[in-house]
Design a protein around this ligand. Structure first.
Ligand SMILES: NC(=O)c1ccc[n+]([C@@H]2O[C@H](COP(=O)([O-])OP(=O)(O)OC[C@H]3O[C@@H](n4cnc5c(N)ncnc54)[C@H](OP(=O)(O)O)[C@@H]3O)[C@@H](O)[C@H]2O)c1
Length: 303
């Protein structure tokens, strides 16, 4: 049986959905708020892991990174221990792409990868690139102000970030899990065992690209102006983020400024059945879906 953790979340939900659509795959959902056929899996509650991993041969371990690092280390360590105790045969962990090594969020990911080395089961590490939803969020946050002023401002400097559609990452995870499951059932050590895949983003997005997407959505020119990190920090501390989220977000902006996140070569295209989804299209779609189309641009705004 395959168990996918975090199935009420976006990535875990997509991976579970894809696996349930496949023939010859026995898959169960794991989530903190289990109902129906789902199992209760709470990384902060080791008892739920001992029960929840019973009979599982392949575990899709979706990282649960929304907390301070000490909390994330404890919960990820508990998953590794419980998977070993339960006799899981193959663990697939969703980590962070190599280009993100200097991000503050890299710490718990690399720690977890280290903990997985030497575990009594096969491991595949999926080093996920940054989701296209990250610049989409930026675009949406700034959309109203850009519509009013004709300027999109963000603390990205001249940097760009390679991003990937979460749906593509889910496709890869489901494929690897299904193939690992077939290998376990056939009693063989398959091609994904012991592998680390770099699923770097496939298209670079910078401030000017986001401004261009906003221009298309609004039907009028929007200009990009880099903002200061210090101003961004002030704004982030007033919009209701947890303190650790402010630090992680500034770390992402800082890495984009430094040009550390524009890596695009990786294993994603080889593991996808079709071409990766174009991230810039996702940004344009999200801006349109948010209702920020030309009709919502205030009539009095300069054209
Ligand atoms: N590559 C990127 O750009 C990027 C960006 C943001 C986050 N991430 C990482 O990727 C993960 C999945 O992303 P997502 O987009 O699916 O995030 P999401 O939609 O916000 O979902 C968060 C996930 O964390 C799980 N979770 C939180 N606390 C947990 C706990 N104590 N035990 C078990 N699961 C717990 C939730 O599971 P349930 O609610 O189902 O229990 C949920 O699936 C995140 O948790 C984060 O570590 C990556």
């Amino acid at each position: 049986m395959i168990l996918v953790t975090g199935t009420s979340g976006a990535l875990g939900g997509l991976i579970h959905e894809r696996l349930t659509a496949l023939p010859d795959v026995d898959v169960v959902a794991g989530t903190r708020t289990a109902s129906g056929d789902a199992r209760r899996i709470d990384f902060d509650d080791p008892d739920s892991l001992a029960d929840g991993f019973a009979g599982v041969t392949v575990l899709v371990f979706v990282s649960a990174g929304y907390a301070e690092d000490d909390v994330v280390l404890a919960r990820h360590g508990a998953v590794v221990d419980a998977a070993a105790e339960a006799g899981v045969r193959h663990v697939i962990y969703t980590s962070l792409a190599g280009s993100g090594d200097r991000l503050s969020i890299a710490v718990p990911h690399r720690w977890t990868e280290d903990r997985l080395v030497g575990a009594p089961f096969d491991v595949t590490v999926l080093r996920n690139g940054l989701y296209a939803e990250v610049p989409v969020g930026l675009a949406l946050m700034a959309a109203e102000s850009a519509a009013a002023t004709g300027v999109f401002s963000a603390p990205l400097g001249d940097g760009r970030v390679a991003v990937v559609a979460r749906e593509d990452l889910a496709d890869v995870a489901a494929r690897v899990a299904a193939e690992a499951y077939a290998d376990v059932r056939a009693g063989r050590r398959g091609r994904h065992a012991g592998r680390t895949y770099e699923l770097e983003g496939v298209a670079e997005v910078g401030g000017a690209d986001i401004a261009a997407a906003l221009s298309t959505a609004f039907g009028r020119p929007i200009r990009y102006e880099p903002g200061a990190l210090s101003d961004a920090r002030v704004v982030l501390t007033t919009v209701g983020l947890e303190p650790y989220q402010v630090g992680h977000t500034i770390s992402i902006f800082s890495n984009i400024n430094a040009g550390f996140l524009d890596q695009r070569d990786g294993d994603l295209p080889a593991l996808l059945p079709t071409a990766p989804r174009p991230p810039l299209d996702l940004i344009a779609d999200a801006v349109r879906a948010g209702g920020f189309v030309s009709s919502s641009v205030p009539a009095a705004s300069p054209r």
